[in-house]
Design a protein around this ligand. Structure first.
Ligand code: SF4
Length: 431
């Protein structure tokens, strides 16, 4: 996988054929999109794992964050949460650990069969003791270690530069900085009066990433932390920096994706996604949320799914799971399960909107037919969460209809009178 961009400029490598088969795309089209920086495949050559292609034309993927904190440090529990997320269909994991033996925790997550991302600045801060004591040497050393361990993508807050910091000061926000990595870099810059090393030495950073075949996830350290911060200058200043850096990374042969906002009103989601796509040359877009209301703690997974589905309709490619514990606590296993399921629904809805001729749409059509036929086994087979659906259906008995209308089931009453709609070609292919 080393130098995938260069390989795709010359030919169609075998890995691209595998991706094309999995995504139902034309291999040459996938290779062209990788070469143009519109699809990334986070796959560090040091590890073998199932592929996860993110970007133009691909189905929307879901990342799940796990990781210890300084307050709750249970590495075995985090590993169990990671496995639960994979059981629920997560396409990628991020280890955001900040408590305990960070390299050991990272390696345990890296043993799983999945693309894994990390945020190296977290470990740099832990090693230095505080954000202000992190210098460029330490930060780049940690980045190299994560690359050598086999991490597939790194969140790097390169756009948190002095200009973005000045925008933060000139145009204050209610929530200030809510990204952990963004806050670390802001403190480093403010206290030391220096530029963010990831921005100042971006070419060197690209050399490291290219050497190790690791994808850069250009972090959104200035993402708004509440709806009313969405129109402040810091976010847009960072967008411009990310646009320039995305193009430089591509020129250096580095696969990269862009992380996006944050909290914002629903009506702003579409144009923010469009702006990021335009500024970055249509780089794959990785979103947390967007969270479109701040008033539903406990249900932020649902809030994020609403924003995420709309974002995918406008071009977002990769959704980060938000759990019911968001803004409240470190998620437990059940939070991870619930958040992953809801994120998968948003991703599926997003895939439907961007692939109207794809397998996901045929899958939907098959479900309509199974419902009309009151074919419960087929409905459960097609459902995203079969066990959950079956449990609800059978709780009033194993009925021919369901207990909602019972003997007045509309499907049964009118079904025999109306002609059946013919199956579209390919429906038999539905999962
Ligand atoms: S009983 Fe009502 S809700 Fe249930 S399958 Fe029939 S029409 Fe649908």
């Amino acid at each position: 996988m080393h130098g995938l961009i260069e390989e795709c400029l010359r030919s169609v490598p075998e890995v691209v054929h595998a991706i094309a088969r999995a995504e139902g795309l034309v291999p040459r089209r996938v290779a062209r999109a990788i070469a143009r920086g519109r699809i990334v495949v986070p796959a560090n050559p040091r590890r073998e794992h199932r592929l996860c292609a993110i970007g133009e034309g691909c189905s929307v993927k879901v990342n799940v964050n796990v990781g210890t904190s300084g307050t709750r440090c249970d590495p075995a529990g985090e590993l169990e949460k990671a496995r639960a997320a994979l059981d629920e269909g997560a396409d990628a994991l991020m280890d955001l650990s900040t408590g305990g033996d960070l390299p050991a925790i990272r390696r345990s997550i890296l043993a799983l069969d999945v693309s894994v991302g990390t945020v190296p600045v977290y470990e740099a801060v832990r090693r230095a003791g505080s954000a202000v004591d992190v210098d460029a040497d330490l930060l780049f050393r940690v980045i190299r270690e994560h690359c050598r361990d086999g991490v597939d993508f790194l969140t790097l807050h390169c756009g948190v530069n002095q200009e973005a910091y000045a925008a933060l000061v000139d145009d204050p926000r209610v929530m200030g900085v809510v990204s952990r990595g963004g806050a670390f870099h802001t403190v480093m810059m403010a206290e030391r009066g220096e530029e963010n090393p990831l921005y100042a030495e971006f070419d060197y950073l690209c050399e490291i990433l290219a050497e190790h075949g690791v994808v850069a996830s250009l972090g959104d350290g200035m993402r708004p932390g509440c709806r009313s911060d969405a129109e402040r200058l810091a976010k847009s200043t960072e967008y411009l920096a990310l646009g320039r850096l995305a193009k430089r990374a591509l020129s250096a042969g580095v696969e990269r994706m862009i992380e996006g906002p944050g909290h914002m009103p629903l009506e702003q989601v579409g144009y923010n996604v469009g702006m990021l796509k335009e500024l970055t040359g249509h780089a794959p877009l990785y979103l947390l949320g967007p969270l479109v209301t701040d008033l539903a703690p406990g249900y932020d997974h649902v809030v994020a799914a609403i924003g995420g589905a709309v974002a995918c309709q406008h071009g977002a490619d990769f959704l980060c799971m938000v759990s019911p514990a968001e803004h409240l606590a470190l998620p437990d296993r059940q939070d991870i399960v619930e958040g992953t399921r809801v994120a998968r629904i948003a991703a599926h809805v997003g895939t439907l909107s961007r692939r109207p001729d794809g397998a996901a749409v045929r899958h939907e059509e098959a479900m309509g037919r199974a419902r009309r036929g009151l074919d419960w086994d087929e409905q459960f087979r097609l459902a995203l969460f079969p066990g959950h659906a079956r449990r609800i259906h059978v709780r009033d008995g194993d009925l021919e209809t369901c207990s909602m209308c019972g003997d007045l089931c509309a499907l049964r009453l009118a079904g025999d009178l109306l002609p059946a709609c013919p199956k579209p070609p390919g429906e038999d292919d539905a999962a």
